[in-house]
Unconditional design. Structure first.
Length: 175
C-alpha cells in the first residue's frame, strides 16, 4: 500500500523551492529602466523563516536572477540561494551532498517544466494549484493555493505540524 503524502512529511529535513510561480505568482512588473519586480507573499516569508529557525535546510533554486529576490530571502535567514540556474539537477545534487540528505528527506515545490527533473528525484514533490499539468502529474501533493499566494506556507506548515514543530501551543488548537 502506498504511503499517504502526510506520512511522507515525517521524513522531511529540507525544503527546496523555485521562485517564479511558487514564491511569486509568476508575474513581473517591468519598469522603464528594465528592472523586473516580483511580489512575494508575507505568509510564505513567515513560514520560510520559521523553517530556518526550526533547523530545516531551506534552499532556493531558480532560473531567475533578480538580486532583490536574493536580498529578501537572505533577510529570512536562507543561505542556500541559487539564482540564474539552468541545470537544477546539478544544484540539487550539490545540496544533497552538502547536507548528506536522501531523496526522502526533501520537499521540492516547483510549478513548471524546468522543475520536473528534480521533482522526479525527491521524496516529496509538491506544486502550487496553478502549476503546469506535467508538474501536477509528478507531484505527490498539489496545494489548493496558487503560486505567490501562500502555497509555500501551506507545505511548510503541514510538515512542521506533522513533526510537532509548528510554533507551539497557541497553534495546536487549530490541528
Amino acid at each position: 500500500m502506498a504511503l499517504s503524502y502526510k506520512e511522507l512529511l515525517n521524513d522531511v529535513k529540507a525544503f527546496i523551492f523555485d521562485v517564479d510561480g511558487v514564491l511569486t505568482n509568476g508575474m513581473v512588473t517591468i519598469f522603464p529602466n528594465g528592472e523586473l519586480v516580483r511580489n512575494m507573499n508575507i505568509k510564505d516569508g513567515y513560514a520560510l523563516k520559521s523553517a530556518v529557525d526550526a533547523g530545516y535546510n531551506v534552499c532556493i533554486i531558480s532560473g531567475g536572477s533578480n538580486e532583490g529576490v536574493r536580498t529578501r530571502l537572505e533577510g529570512l535567514g536562507i543561505t542556500d540561494i541559487y539564482l540564474g540556474v539552468h541545470d537544477k539537477i546539478e544544484k540539487y545534487q550539490e545540496i544533497i551532498g552538502k547536507y548528506r540528505l536522501e531523496p526522502k528527506d526533501i520537499v521540492y515545490m516547483g510549478d513548471d517544466i524546468p522543475d520536473y527533473p528534480v521533482m522526479e528525484l525527491v521524496g516529496m514533490p509538491c506544486a502550487p494549484q496553478d502549476a503546469a499539468p506535467e508538474i501536477k502529474a509528478v507531484a505527490k501533493y498539489v496545494s489548493p493555493i496558487k503560486g505567490g499566494e501562500g502555497c509555500v506556507r501551506d507545505i511548510i506548515e503541514q510538515v512542521m505540524r506533522v513533526q510537532g514543530k509548528w510554533n507551539g501551543k497557541f497553534y495546536a488548537k487549530f490541528d
